[in-house]
Design a protein around this ligand. Structure first.
Ligand code: BV8
Ligand code: ZN
Length: 252
């Protein structure tokens, strides 16, 4: 890690009145949850447009449920890693800390984060696709695969008779207005924005660093490789989140 950059980040973290962290799939990589676009990523085997869109679900709900059930089974045994736990502690130790995640895996909550904003929903919730408003939870508590999620079981249906769908935000779907506004407000008000484990290509989440930077925040990218944000970030801490975040916490 570059010393000069690290020194600057530590000084700003110590002086910060408000810190925001925005996370992507990379923070869960060391928990064994596959990322989307990296090597071995999910999109490499599935194309986003075939699966993570309302059109795909309307066309072939079974294929989309098969993918989400497969992902639930991959995520279920995963445990939060050191990076998740640092961000959960920041909620208690920093004067003002807001976590914003694009992840749907629920690992931040399992690490103890309570006030996070989930921009893209949560894979452990299902909601009525017919719009009756019903939302159900399945347990993602680290236990064994559930029979209800076994491939080939009937598609989950709502009490109103319509299909249930994963309670996540697909491409072409609007984010919860309250969530993206709260995230943008937090980005505008913070002194330090930590951008952890995201390829920085999915909007509007990918706009957060620019919003924070324009408002005067120090933007810090924590990633194992370059992204479209790298050239714009004030500091780049190259390394895995499960190592970089504990180092930042220990030194700050
Ligand atoms: C919307 C479903 C409008 C849930 C996902 C401008 C403005 C607004 C919209 C757009 C725009 N331009 C384009 C759009 C459309 C689109 C978009 O952004 N397209 C991109 C691809 C060009 N955006 C949308 O459609 C959004 N909707 O804005 O609607 C609207 C308004 C009104 C009315 C109607 C519509 C919806 C976006 C959400 C899409 N849903 N997934 C799910 O199944 O999970 S996105 C998908 O990608 C995931 O949810 C994920 O959260 C997201 C981002 O991926 P990352 O988290 O960054 O993961 P990735 O694998 O890509 O990268 C991992 C990174 O980690 C890598 O950099 C890697 O190096 C790093 N890493 C790996 N290991 C580690 C590590 N880093 C640290 N440590 C490690 N150990
Ligand atoms: Zn319903």
């Amino acid at each position: 890690m570059p010393d000069v950059g690290l020194t600057l980040v530590l000084a700003c973290l110590r002086a910060a009145r408000s810190v925001v962290a925005t996370t992507g799939a990379g923070i869960s990589a060391e928990s064994g949850v596959p990322t989307f676009r990296g090597s071995g990523g999910l999109w490499r085997t599935f194309s986003a447009s075939d699966l993570a869109t309302p059109e795909a679900f309307a066309r072939d709900p079974r294929l989309v449920w098969e993918w989400y059930r497969w992902r639930r089974d991959r995520i279920r045994p995963a445990k939060p890693n050191a990076g998740h736990f640092v961000l959960a502690r920041f909620e208690r130790t920093l004067p003002h800390f807001q976590l914003v995640t694009q992840n749907v895996d629920g690992l931040h909550q399992r690490a103890g984060s309570r006030t996070l904003i989930e921009l893209h929903g949560n894979i452990w919730r299902s909601r009525c696709a017919s719009g009756c408003g019903r939302v159900t939870e399945v347990s993602g508590d680290g236990g064994p695969a559930r029979s209800g999620d076994a491939p080939g079981t009937a598609l989950p249906t709502c009490t109103c008779g319509g299909l249930l769908r994963p309670d996540v935000v697909w491409f072409g779907e609007a984010l919860e207005p309250g969530n993206i506004e709260r995230a943008m407000d937090a980005a505008r008000a913070c002194d330090v924005l930590l951008v952890v484990g995201t390829s920085a290509v999915v909007y509007p989440a990918a706009a957060l660093p620019r919003v924070a930077h324009a408002a005067g925040a120090l933007v810090v990218e924590i990633n194992v490789e370059d992204t479209p944000l790298t050239a714009e970030a004030d500091v780049v801490l190259r390394g895995p989140a499960a190592e970089v975040l504990p180092a930042l916490e220990a030194l700050s």
